[in-house]
Write a protein that binds this ligand. Sequence first.
Ligand code: FES
Length: 512
Amino acid sequence: MADSFTLPGTDDSYWMETASATAYPALTSGLDVDVAVVGGGIAGLCTAWELTEAGLTVALVEADRIAAGVTGYTTAKLSVLHTLIYQKIRSSSGPEAARLYAESQQAAVERVAAVTARLAIDCDLERVPAFTYAESPGGLDRIRAEAEAAAEAGLAASFVTETGLPFPVAGAVRVEDQAQFHPRKYLLALAEDLTRRGGHIFERTRATGLGEGDPCTVTTEGGHTITALQVVVATHYPVFDRALLFARLEPRRELVVAAAIPADKDPGGVYLTPEQNTRSVRTAPYGDGRRLLIVTGEHFTPGSGDVTDHWQRLAEWTRQRFPGTEIAYRWATQDNTTTDQVPFIGRFHPGTDRVHVATGFGGWGMSTGVLTGQLLAACITGAEPPWAGLYDPRRLHPVREAASMLKLQAKVAGHFVGDRVRPSHADSVDDIEPGTGAVVRVRGRQCAAYRDDTGQIHAVSARCTHLGCIVHFNDAERAWECPCHGSRFGIDGAVLQGPANEPLEQRDIADG
Ligand code: FES
C-alpha cells in the first residue's frame, strides 16, 4: 500500500512554524538556585514559572530548545476528557480518585485561562466543549458509561447524539468548558516572564548527572554544575531514573495532519474516538475566513511496522471525513502511558524529598503539563493539594498494575532477546535503497545503516544506549527507534527522544 503513496504536506509542526524560535544561552558557569528544573517542555516550563511566581529562584536546563520537543509537536487540546479515563479510575481506585482527577485537570485548564488573561498572552486560546465519541453502535455502552462516570466525578458531562462533526456518530460524551490553544505562544510568553523576573533558562545544555545530596547538584555535558535545594526532572521520559519508572511506562507514537477548512465547517470543539486506532480532531485560527483542521491518530509502538502506511490511513480518513481538504502540514508526536494510566508526578522515589519527577502523561500533556507546574510548585513550597497522592510516582498497586506490567516486560524481553537472534533487516549494505535504512550485521556486529539520497551510507551501532535493545528504522521520519522504551535517534545517532541520554556509537562499515 505504501509504495505509491507520497507523504502529504510540509514535514513540520504548525506550532513550530508559527511561533518564533528561541535563543536562550547555554550554561557556561556554575550556579546556585532554589530549584533546578531539567527539561524545557510544557511540564518543565510551567513548573519553573510557578516556582518563580512563588518567589523561588529557578534554573531550567534544556538539552535542545524549549517547547520544541514533544511539546512542539502536540495536538494542543486543553481538556479533562481523556478518552474513557473516568470509568477506568473509578473502577480501579474508586469514585473519590476519579473526582480528584477531574478536579485537578479542570484546575489546570482554568489556570491557563487565568494566566493568559493576566499576562495578556496572545496564544489563540478558545473555550470549547470536548467530546469522546463512538461511530459504531457497538461502542455506545462505553460512551454512556463514561458520560455517567465523568458526571459523577463532578464534570459538566452529558451523553449526546449530536455533535459538530460533519459525519454521524452513534453517541458521545460532551464536557463543557474545555479549551484549545497555541502551546508555543503560551509557553514562550511564560519563559519570557520568568526570565524577566530573574529566573534562568539554559538551552543546548544537556544534564548528564544528578547528585541527590543536601544540596542537590545537576551537572551538564559542558562540565558545569547547578547547586539546588530541590530538583525537578521533567524530560518526558525521565532521565536519572533511579526508581526504574521506565518499567511502568509504555511509549507510543502518533501521527498528526493539518489542513485548511472554511471557517463555517469548523466542528466547534475538541473530539476524540478510541475507535479506528484513535482519531482526534480540533481546529485553530488560520486567517482569511479559514480554520486549520488538526487530525491526530494511528498510534503505534516506536520501532514497529511501516510508518508510511499509518500516514496513508490518517490522510485518507481526513480527506474522506472532511472532503476537499488539502493537507498542509504533517508531524508526529510521542507519549508515554503508565501501567495504571494515571501520570507520575511528585517525589521521584521513596528515598528522596528533594527530587521530583513528571512523566507518563498518556497523550494528555497539555492539561497534565500545566497541572505538573501547579502540583510540584505546591509540594515544593509546602502546600500539597488534595490530589498529590493520586499522582504520587511512589504508588504501586501490584494487583491492579500486574497485567499491564507483565505485558510490557514480555514485549521488552521479546525485543531484547528476539531482535538479537532474528535475521538482520537487510542482508548487506548493498541492499539498502537511497532514503531508507536497515539493521545489517557487519563482522558480527549489528549496525544501523542509512543510505542518504546521494547514495552515501551513514552507519551507527544498532544497540540502543538505554538498555541495549536493537533499534528499527522509521521509514517516514528517517530516524532510528527503539521498540523497548521508545528512545529515538537521528540517522547520525544523536538522541532525539529519551530515555536514552547518549548517542548511538558511530560505526565505520568499511572497517566493520
Ligand atoms: Fe530502553 Fe532502548 S529505550 S533499551
